[in-house]
Ligand binder design. Sequence first.
Ligand SMILES: *[C@@H]1O[C@H](CO)[C@@H](O)[C@H](O)[C@H]1NC(C)=O
Ligand SMILES: *[C@@H]1O[C@H](CO)[C@@H](O)[C@H](O)[C@H]1NC(C)=O
Ligand SMILES: *[C@@H]1O[C@H](CO)[C@@H](O)[C@H](O)[C@H]1NC(C)=O
Ligand SMILES: *[C@@H]1O[C@H](CO)[C@@H](O)[C@H](O)[C@H]1NC(C)=O
Ligand SMILES: *[C@@H]1O[C@H](CO)[C@@H](O)[C@H](O)[C@H]1NC(C)=O
Ligand SMILES: *[C@@H]1O[C@H](CO)[C@@H](O)[C@H](O)[C@H]1NC(C)=O
Length: 555
Amino acid sequence: MLPYIILSILVRLAGAQSGGKVLEKYGKQVQLSPPTTSSYQEWFDSNRVHSTRNNTNIEDFKTQLRRSLENTTAAYNSTFMQQLVEERQRYLEKLNEGQFINDQRRLVEELLDPNFYEKTVHPRKDYTQPTRINLSMSLYQILDVDEHMQSIEVNVWMVQHWYDEFLDWNPVDYGMINRTIVPYNQIWIPDTYLYNSEELEQKKTESLMNAQLETGHWSQKKNGAKVQLMFPAIYKLSCRMDVRWFPYDRQNCTFIISSWTHDKQTIDYWPLSSQVNLGNMARNDEWEVISFEFVRVEESFKCCAAPWVMLYAHLVIRRKPLYYMINLVIPTSIITIVAVTGFFTPTSSSSERDEKLYLGINTLLTMSVMMLMVCNQMPSTSTYVPLMSWYYIGIIMVIVVGTFLATGVLAIHGQKHYNKPISDRVRKLVYNPVVEFFILSPPTSLIDLWTEFGVISEQRHSTHLDPLLVQMDPVTAAKMKALRKNQYRMSMDTSQARSVKKQKMQRRCSLEWEFLANVLDRILLTVFCGFTFAVFVILVGFDSFFTVHTKSAHK
Ligand SMILES: *[C@@H]1O[C@H](CO)[C@@H](O)[C@H](O)[C@H]1NC(C)=O
Ligand SMILES: *[C@@H]1O[C@H](CO)[C@@H](O)[C@H](O)[C@H]1NC(C)=O
Ligand SMILES: *[C@@H]1O[C@H](CO)[C@@H](O)[C@H](O)[C@H]1NC(C)=O
Ligand SMILES: *[C@@H]1O[C@H](CO)[C@@H](O)[C@H](O)[C@H]1NC(C)=O
Ligand SMILES: *[C@@H]1O[C@H](CO)[C@@H](O)[C@H](O)[C@H]1NC(C)=O
Ligand SMILES: *[C@@H]1O[C@H](CO)[C@@H](O)[C@H](O)[C@H]1NC(C)=O
């Protein structure tokens, strides 16, 4: 530092004259007047070497200084000489106290000397050429995916490399130091910015610390020191979420990275590799990263003629659906099946009419609570209905229709009080081998009554004999039957027989309507359970049935 102070004093002294030799160091130009230039350079160099290599004998130094300045005494008066010597003496005393300046410190101080380095100027000697910035990124963690707010939060590690032509040094002068680290705010850095960030302040997103400098002295190209700026960042960016296939959705979030002010003429961004590094990634339990790729695009804006170089990084993630299956879909399906079973269990007393309605309403309430849980996850979009919502709408329809039909079946069941037998056509519909085999066979007492009333022929039901009759031998049984029929016919006319017949008719109607209701219950129970189960299976296997995700992304 000190040689520079002295030098700048001398430069200021000599500054009055013009047209001197131009001295250039680290990008800044210093003008010295003709008679002093060469001797000054020498003086400066020898002095610097002296100050670092031998700091023992001050008297030695004094004589050396005098000798080296001998030829310039004419230009500078003795007072100045005295000052110079005193200053130097103070410096050496400090050195002797132990505040030794090592190569590293000297290197950094001299590199970043504000007299020579201007950190606001983009680091090309030929300023018409752009600075090429190689950018690479590692995804460390997906912190949050907020479908409702349409944003995603990630933790990434950013690395930017470029060459700074004004920051180069010769390692031979500095104890063969090839590499050093300097604070980021002391050198030129590009104003790289995430365009779709939700946070504007850089301090809240990027944690810039230091930059690593590596000398370009040994490389053949002589394009300056290589600067490497590495920092971690937590970016929160807006990303249009498409939850049409929730919970089998795949999101494609784009990071738009570019300089905010420098166009292609000053900064040229290139991705170091086409893929974002995923090697260090912490596992996320909800999302699986499918790909994260860079695309370099040159984009023109209305404001300016030159295009901007933008780096687009497409992050494609896929949701793991198990959580939603276990916590939403399976409970919903089970509740629905239980409710449907409740709707279509055979009725035995009239008060169950209300219970079935209450069951329906309670189930609907449960569904709406579950649907709220899903809705909280979704963006409030009106352009499409997500898959999960279709599922809930389907289930709600099942419950609504189920409640109505259960009421209908109850009404049919209630017909038994009106003493009207069901019509022949309806009876044929519910009493035939198909229904009997697959659904329900009528109670034996009803068959007996039908046989008695002559609505069905006896032969069809030889297999369904009265258990009492079965125990007898067939001949006796036939006799008994004939006897019964005879009795029936004989008693037709008597008034007592009429009331018996009326009672039997009542019983027949009651059994008939009950049977009809039971058959309907069975059919509806099967249909509704089947439908609910089918909807469940479709939702669980949706990904494999319909291939929402293009499998090619796995390659
Ligand atoms: C100081 O260094 C110079 C050159 O490096 C050398 O010639 C001189 O002898 C040294 N003086 C002392 C006192 O070590
Ligand atoms: C002073 O200048 C003369 C001639 O210009 C030169 O021979 C001599 O070596 C110089 N002395 C020093 C100490 O540089
Ligand atoms: C000698 O140098 C000192 C300090 O630079 C200055 O203040 C003084 O005026 C100079 N004297 C003469 C006679 O030039
Ligand atoms: C950037 O990448 C290019 C091509 O790989 C390479 O030639 C150049 O040296 C790199 N620049 C830096 C600063 O690493
Ligand atoms: C700096 O690089 C040069 C050339 O590659 C090498 O010879 C030297 O040992 C390196 N210096 C250090 C301190 O590693
Ligand atoms: C992600 O979206 C971008 C455009 O927004 C598109 O170019 C890219 O191909 C998409 N990536 C995938 C895997 O769908």
